[in-house]
Design a protein around this ligand. Sequence first.
Ligand code: TYD
Length: 142
Amino acid sequence: MGLVRLLSLKQHGDTRGSLVSLEFNKNIPLDVKRTYFIYNIKPGEPRGFHAHKKLKQLAFCITGSCRFILSDGLSTEEYLLDTPTIGLWIDQMIWHEMHDMSENCVLLILADDYYEENDYIRSKDEFMRRVNGDELQNTSTI
Ligand code: TYD
C-alpha cells in the first residue's frame, strides 16, 4: 500500500459558499480525541520532522497549501495538500515533514489521542533504527 492515503469529504456548496462537515467515527473513521491547527506560517519554515509511536492523525489544509513528505523508513512519498475537502492520513510510525507551506496555510489536524511527548520520535536516526529493528525481528520469525 502507498504511503499517501487520502480521505475525500463531501462539499456542501451553494451560492453562499462552501461547507464541509466532519463527524467523528462517521465520515471521519478515526476515534478523535484531539484537534489542533497550525497557522501564522513563517514562510520557508518547515515543520514536523517526527514520527509517532502510536498516534494516528488526519491532516486537512483548510486554506493555502502545504507539501507533505511521508516516509516509512523504506520509501518516501510526497503530497501537495491544497484542497480543504481532502484529508491526508498520517499513520503511526510514519516520519512526516511539512514543507513549502503557503503564508495563508491553515492545517487542521485530527488525532486519536491526547498530546503526549513520549509518543514522539523526533530523531530520524532513532526512527530508522526502530523501523529497521522491527524489520529484522519480522524476518527472523519467518
Ligand atoms: P510540534 O508537534 O513540535 O509541532 P509540529 O507538528 O509542527 O512538528 O509541536 C509544537 C509545540 O506545541 C511543542 O512544544 C508541543 C506543543 N504541542 C502541544 O502542547 N499540544 C499539541 O497537541 C501539539 C500538537 C503540540
